[in-house]
Write a new protein. Structure first.
Length: 742
């Protein structure tokens, strides 16, 4: 009986599919075919090995380039792919590695396998189709999140498994070769139509040229593959073998086509960070910047978008309800805090939701506001990059309290920092509302300076209906009285929250409302009834007046944040006068001069238990300068723990326990950091107080240096743009629930 063979050789790293009208075992293969099949195995080892090597080489190259880009190298940054693509490359490498190992082992062991089984040979066809499906499906989705990759992986597996399942079905029902070939050809033709559709109408991501280069590569592969299977089906083994090798060698170029597409998609996401943040969204966003304002902000805040290649994310340091916080390194030199948001999907609409906080953070520049470096779009995450601080005020207040010689002085510097931050926000016209002032949103930096953060709920609104935001114990009565999640209140609601925060600083670890513990509704009732946290009987009278007036039930009777700053500065000057007198006695014992180095003063403060760390001593040194009692020798620096920098006391001001600088009310700063007290009695050029508060002027440019292009002063402009909101939408869109985050 004559046996005739129909050989369909496809290489999904080139596999040989032998179908026989008579099921003949593999050992019966003639010598000519066995020799050809050995060649196919070698080609497959070479093809998959090259795909594996190229994928791994790209991963290594990206990691090396990324480490260079962290240093701020712009050329290296342009070569870096999104970190989200690395898992995709590992999947491609794993598939290639698995099949390369199989073909290499089969070649060494002279194993041909059950080539007469159509299911077996179809399984050998799978990897190349799988790679094509995976890349196209993944990059056709609107996001690069992990769920998107999981979906793409599942879809690619199902599509690639379609042909083996059809082969299994035809074997089960015992169809002839013609039916099997027809069904497989129809199935693959449907897949090709999908690639043709994407070729004509490329996806919104990457760019049309990159899409068409990759899809053109895939279509050429399928043309060669269809030719190959047709020739073997017609028993034209010579022509079929030619297309078999053509298909195998052509797919060797796959990594380069994939690289071009991923690179183009990376550039797409780089652009989305600048465009989607500030473009007019298709749907209105509640209390967000208007379309006109967004386009202006695009021009002034482009510098606040950080390229993902320059940002290295390290250890996690905090977990929130909607984001996690990590330590990071910006351009390999600046230690930063990275707030990482990982929404289910990242699209232009998603990024737009973060435009409010990004634009606001970029506009706010003050020593008591956490420094903001920019926003980074690195799918599957959106990152807000800011100054790295040591801990939150909330964490500080829960720690065991050291036995300070003057506990109130250690507290007053923190209170003054907090009040200056709020006064700065309220100095704009109209004032900015933070809407969630509490100890957890104040951070302590390395110099023990308190800084305000978390502006996600901030709004620039004046006497307008707004959604209720805040934390229970810090909510003003007028906010609590809001109905259906909407209340009308002004910036004095922040003053109430500030008063409760100042109470926390003065009474660390104490319960505000012991009776209403764990019962939000009970706390609401107590606040509306006029009950407030208890005050110590020995509390400084001026501080008592400040707190009682600031948490008054009638908003119109509350003082401004600037008035609170001025009152706290009076207390600070009084306490610093006592401290300076004690320090001055020590300095006089060491010599006739009234000067000492920063290191000597720091050691003295710690030794006498006014401070217990260098950071606390540095903060007290700046408090002395802020009060006008201590000066830098040339009035050019803030207080530092240095053995080479000298500071001197102003003895007359100490004796009078009065600041040496008295500013008239007409000249008070509108930044919330300067009180109305001080005219320099030492010399007109003294700027010690500004340095002590952190208002450091720019260094003067030397005559031989090329002047730097001045950064535009856009803070006021940004504030007005942020105030241009969709009023009608804000009045009709009501929050379903009141935010009761604690």
């Amino acid at each position: 009986m004559r046996s005739h063979w129909v050989i369909a050789c496809h290489n999904s790293n080139s596999t040989v599919h032998i179908m026989s009208a008579l099921a003949t075992p593999a050992p019966a293969l003639d010598d000519v075919f066995y020799h050809d099949y050995r060649k196919v195995q070698v080609v497959n080892v070479f093809g998959y090995g090259l795909l594996l090597t190229t994928s791994l080489a790209i991963i290594v190259y990206l990691r090396r380039t990324r480490s260079t880009a962290y240093l701020g190298d712009m050329e290296a940054a342009k070569k870096v792919l999104l970190p989200a693509f690395e898992p995709l490359l590992w999947i491609l490498a794993a598939v290639a590695g698995g099949y390369c190992s199989f073909y290499l082992g089969a070649a060494v062991a002279e194993y041909s396998g059950p080539l007469s089984s159509p299911v077996y040979t179809e399984v050998l066809y799978m990897p190349r189709q799988f790679n094509s499906y995976l890349v196209v499906v993944y990059l056709s989705q609107p996001s690069l999140s992990l769920p998107s990759l999981h979906r793409a992986l599942a879809i690619a597996v199902v599509l690639a498994a379609g042909a083996p399942l059809i082969a299994l079905l035809t074997v089960a029902i015992d169809t002839d070769l013609q039916v099997r070939y027809t069904l497989l050809t129809i199935y693959r033709s449907i897949m090709v139509l999908g690639f043709l559709y994407r070729f004509v109408w490329p996806g919104s991501r990457a760019n049309r040229r990159a899409w068409r280069i990759f899809l053109g590569f895939v279509l050429v592969y399928y043309v060669s593959f269809f030719s190959q299977t047709y020739m073997f089906f017609k028993d034209l083994s010579t022509e079929g073998t030619f297309f078999l090798f053509t298909t195998s060698f052509w797919y060797v170029l796959a990594p380069f086509a994939i690289w071009q597409l991923l690179k183009a998609d990376t550039e797409h996401w780089r652009g989305v960070g600048r465009q989607a943040i500030l473009q007019n969204p298709d749907t209105k966003v509640h209390e967000v910047v208007s379309a006109q304002g967004l386009h202006v902000l695009l021009e002034v805040h482009q510098r606040d978008v950080i390229d993902f290649a320059h940002l290295k994310i390290d250890d996690k340091i905090g977990v929130g309800a909607t984001s996690d916080v990590y330590k990071g390194l910006l351009r390999s030199s600046t230690r930063v805090a990275v707030k990482v948001y990982t929404p289910n999907e990242i699209s232009e609409a998603t990024i737009t939701e973060f435009s409010q906080e990004t634009a606001l953070c970029a506009a706010l520049k003050h020593p008591n506001i956490v420094a903001f470096y920019g926003m980074c779009v690195a799918p599957p995450a959106i990152c807000l990059v800011s100054e790295l601080c040591e801990c939150s005020l909330d964490a500080l207040l829960t720690q065991p309290r050291p036995a300070y010689t003057d506990p109130l002085l250690a507290q007053i510097v923190l209170m003054l920092d907090a009040a200056r931050a709020v006064a700065y926000l309220h100095s704009f016209s109209p004032p900015f509302l933070h809407r969630d002032l509490k100890p957890a949103n104040f951070l302590l930096d390395v110099n023990h300076v308190l800084k305000l953060t978390d502006f996600g709920e901030s709004r620039s609104l004046s006497n307008r209906a707004m959604t209720i935001k805040g934390t229970i114990e810090y909510m003003a009565p007028e906010v609590i009285e809001g109905k259906q999640g909407v209340a009308t209140y002004t910036h004095v609601a922040d003053v109430y929250s500030l008063a409760i925060t100042l109470w926390d600083i003065l009474h660390p670890g104490r319960e505000k409302y012991p009776v209403g513990r764990q019962n939000p509704l009970k706390i609401f009732e107590m606040v509306l009834d006029g009950q407030r946290p208890p005050l110590d009987h020995e509390l400084h009278p001026l501080l008592r007046d400040v707190l009682e007036s600031a948490w008054c039930s009638q908003p119109e009777y509350r003082p401004s944040a600037m008035a609170i700053v001025q009152a706290l500065e009076q207390v600070q000057e009084e306490l610093c006068g006592i401290l300076a007198q004690n320090l001055l006695r020590v300095i006089k014992c060491l010599g006739p001069h009234l000067a000492a180095t920063g290191n000597e003063l720091t050691h003295c403060l710690i030794q006498n238990e006014y401070a217990f760390t260098v950071a606390e001593a540095t903060r007290l040194g700046n408090a002395l300068m802020d009060a006008g009692l201590l000066h830098h020798e040339t009035h050019e620096r803030a207080f530092e723990d240095s053995a080479t920098i000298t500071y001197f006391f102003h003895e007359q001001a100490i004796e009078l326990s009065q600041p040496c600088v008295l500013l008239s009310k007409d000249n008070k700063s509108n930044d919330g950091g300067d009180s109305s007290h001080n005219v320099d009695l030492l010399e007109a050029g003294c700027r010690c107080r500004q340095h002590a508060q952190g208002h450091v002027p720019q260094a003067k440019t030397k005559w031989y240096q090329r002047p730097r292009k001045e950064r535009p002063k856009v803070n006021a402009l940004t504030v007005h743009l942020l105030n241009d909101l969709a009023e009608e939408d804000s009045l009709h869109k009501v929050s379903d629930t009141t935010s009761l985050s604690g």
